[in-house]
Design a protein around this ligand. Structure first.
Ligand code: 8X3
Length: 249
């Protein structure tokens, strides 16, 4: 991996699309050498070429993949824990265990694995930053969403715990909790059912990936004594996880 010795390095997980991809572009424009990680290497490589960064295959649910990804990085100044997602929308009485397992593996254990492995490098940078993209689902429980809301709560608690455990170290921690952002999120949740995914954003003006990327760019460009601990961001048309103002004709 060729990274100039004076480049600050930002790692973005789940970077092949959506918030991760937009964030990688924003951080690259701010001068970071961005290492993008995801499972879809073809999309990732194209992005890395465009932003002058590095593409590395990463499956956060696979211990060996995380180890290979994290050990090869010469230095890390910024970590964006973006990989995650939802599968299904089912009441607890109809919970699909495999969906729960995937959500916990991806959002919780995945974030744990990557963060734990990179903390020494973030500390060694002398001015590290960890941004974890959680969700309004990390603050609220909603019907049919327990698999996802419980995983997002757990991911957020992991991240918030580090704020205390890393106190005194040169590492800032920011949790960003978005509401409705129109990305591939709902398409993944509903296993490619485009009509169902589109309904989530029907009649509202949702956030787009760039909105979140710009916030992350703002966070990353604050002076190092400033820690934006938590940011909850929703579309104007959304009051809470399940409460929207929809205009339909
Ligand atoms: C995505 C937002 O409302 O589907 O994290 O939980 S929501």
């Amino acid at each position: 991996m060729s990274i100039s010795p004076d480049s600050r390095v930002a790692v973005v997980t789940g970077a092949s699309s959506g918030i991760g991809e937009a964030t990688a572009r924003t951080l690259a424009a701010q001068g970071f050498h961005v290492v993008v990680g995801a499972r879809r290497l073809d999309r990732l490589q194209k992005l890395a070429d465009e932003i002058g960064g590095t593409a590395l295959e990463l499956d956060v649910t696979d211990e060996d993949s995380v180890e290979a990804f994290t050990t090869v990085l010469p230095r890390v100044d910024v970590l964006i824990n973006n990989a995650g997602g939802a599968k299904g929308l089912a009441p607890v009485t109809e919970a699909v265990e495999d969906d729960w397992r995937w959500m916990w593996e991806t959002n919780v254990i995945g974030t744990l694995r990557v963060t734990k492995a990179l903390i020494p490098k973030l500390i060694a940078s002398g001015d590290g930053l960890i941004v974890t993209v959680t969700s309004v689902a990390a603050f609220e429980a909603y019907d049919n969403g327990a698999g996802y809301t419980s995983a997002k709560h757990a991911q957020a608690v992991l991240h918030r715990t580090l704020r205390g455990e890393l106190l005194g170290q040169p590492v800032r921690l920011t949790e960003i909790a978005p509401g409705a952002v129109e990305t591939e999120f709902s398409l993944v949740r509903f296993e490619g059912d485009r009509e169902r995914a589109d309904k989530v954003y029907e009649g509202i003006t949702p956030l787009v990936a760039q909105d979140i990327a710009e916030i992350i760019g703002f966070v990353a460009s604050r002076p190092s004594h400033v820690d934006l601990d938590q940011i909850i961001v929703k579309p104007r048309d959304q009051a809470s996880a399940g409460r929207f103002h929809r205009v339909t004709d």
